[in-house]
Design a protein around this ligand. Structure first.
Ligand SMILES: [Zn+2]
Ligand SMILES: [Zn+2]
Length: 244
């Protein structure tokens, strides 16, 4: 959202901000300049105010706008779930929960999963996105297409100090998605993983994780440009699907 990269110990929090919103499904996107900023006194237990610095755009943002999912999103909506920025204010603690370990000024990421109950069977198994009380950024709650976003301390992702926030943003959905798939596949080091769309938004991240995990990658995509990109990650087995 901004090229300004500042970590601070306290922030002057404005009353209004810029935000990209749409009021109706398939309606026009509007850049609001006076969208309200949730003030520190308005934060509910467990909530954290984040100064968003960068946001990626995901295909799911398009689904939310088209309204072509069997789930209903909030309206008007601020989309976005690949947000990186800094903790600006920490709301009151959640009763009975571990204290929030984040500090004001910490770099954090806003993901698709904004919050979950952390007590149900799904949460206990590590399937928090299947929690009946899950909230999703840029869908059921406003997301990262704004300068100041409300998120949840238990689910914000700490970003290591010094890691470029522009690079962190797309990892928060595209990267998480393919990393989870590779982790769940439970294949052994040295085994082969075939990645279709290997030069795409998710695929090029999957290739880099797979190489780092020690797998042999067979990459499927098309064109010299994609082949060159994949070769730069050390991929030697490339199948151009338009050639055979
Ligand atoms: Zn996404
Ligand atoms: Zn739950």
């Amino acid at each position: 959202m901004s090229s300004q990269v500042v970590s601070q110990t306290s922030y002057e929090i404005p009353k209004t901000q810029r935000a990209v919103t749409f009021a109706e499904t398939h309606g026009p996107h509007t850049i609001q300049t006076d969208w309200p900023v949730t003030q520190p006194s308005e934060l509910k237990p467990g909530e954290v105010l984040v100064r968003v610095v960068y946001s990626g755009v995901c295909h799911t943002d398009l689904h939310a706008w088209l309204g072509d999912w069997p789930l209903e999103n909030k309206l008007p909506l601020v989309g976005g779930h690949e947000g990186s920025g800094y903790v600006a204010f920490i709301g009151p603690p959640l009763e009975g929960a571990e204290p929030c370990t984040l500090k004001v000024g910490d770099a954090v990421g806003i993901k698709w999963l904004a919050d979950s109950c952390l007590h149900c069977e799904e949460c206990g198994k590590g399937f928090e996105s299947s929690c009946g009380q899950a909230k999703n950024s840029g869908f059921s709650v406003d997301g990262s297409f704004q300068q100041w976003a409300v998120s949840w301390g238990a689910h914000l992702t700490p970003i290591p100090a010094g890691f470029p926030l522009a690079n962190a943003a797309p990892i928060l959905c595209a990267g998480v998605t393919v990393y989870k798939a590779l982790k769940e596949a439970a294949i052994l080091k040295g085994e082969v993983v075939v990645i279709p769309g290997a030069g795409g938004g998710l695929g090029h991240l999957a290739v880099q994780y797979a190489k780092a995990m020690g797998y042999r990658v067979i990459a499927i995509d098309s064109g010299a440009e994609k082949e060159k990109l994949l070769a730069s990650y050390g991929v030697t087995d490339f199948i151009d699907y338009q050639k055979g």
